[in-house]
Design a protein. Sequence first.
Length: 379
Amino acid sequence: MFYVLHLLRLYVTNVATKNNYILTIYDFYHKKKSFSQLILRYKNNNNFKQLNMKKASSYLVLLLIVTTLFSSFKNTEKQSVNPPSEFELLVQYLEASGNFINTDAPAIILAPELKDNLKNDKYLILDIRSNDWFVYGHIKGSKNVEGPELLNYFEKEIDPASFDKITIICYSGQSASYYAALLRLYGYNNVYSLKWGMGSWNEEFATNYWVKNAKDEFTDQLETSANPMPEKGATPTINTGKTDGKEILKARIKEAFEKPYKDYAVKSVDAFTTPEDYFIVNYVTEANYNAGHIKGAINYEPKTLAATANLYTLPTDKKILVNTNAGLSSIYVVAYLEVLGYDVYQLAYGSNSFMNSILTKNGWDGWSAKEINSFPVVE
């Protein structure tokens, strides 16, 4: 088709040129001349006078049609060579479908609200801790479901839309936040994670997790100078074989459910020992960032990971380590970036793992005993 149009255009141009009334693309498209103006341009031409107006106009119309078809075909051919990547399709779909990570995330619920709604049939609690811990003590009415099985549970065992709030709980709130984020991205907008996990429900469950991991070990190694954000660069390659954003998302979410939370967790000692191994993202406010961060960390203000903001500045050739104060918001970001194809990790327990006192003093989600309730459990 390309060559047929090309030959036809050459023929019409040749005929028109011999009669000195060739219609140039430059005149028509760049000088914005109307068709009637172009006809008048050649009105006094001797060769033009030898032809009747009808014949001349026919040549000009034919040339215009052929040129337009030729241009349209070339544009279509160019577009077909560079279709949007799966990554681009996925980002476009997610941002057009609520843009959760840049609007409502994190979706967190507090222990007192759950306590007040234990008799509310519209509240469902899913406990993803091990069966042994569940048997040892759990919230009344909660169901024990393994984290990787949550998507199947939602699709086959319950009617998620029949509940006002579905809360995922774990030991510290971090793995629950990971799975809650995946379910939110999948489209279940009534899913939440319990802040601080079971550590906020009863002191016995806080001891081995938040009490043990809230520290000030590296306050003497904090950096307070700002590090520049890189320019926008390459994006991850996703290969699901799908051509629709929604279908790509489904495939990526199912893959993410197969990867346990522990594979994302990085200890603070490792981050401080070899910070050069990571592209460290501090997902906090500017004031929070300036108070102290791991060497080399770059500040990304919350809710700025849209395609039109800072998303494309993240590297594809280095491990991305996301950090927030309590590690809860960061795991929501980790889940999002995992689905998009980045090599991403989370600093376990967030900045509480190395500068707890500073966070507590400034009211920046610092863990303290006041976060612990004395709510009953079922044994």
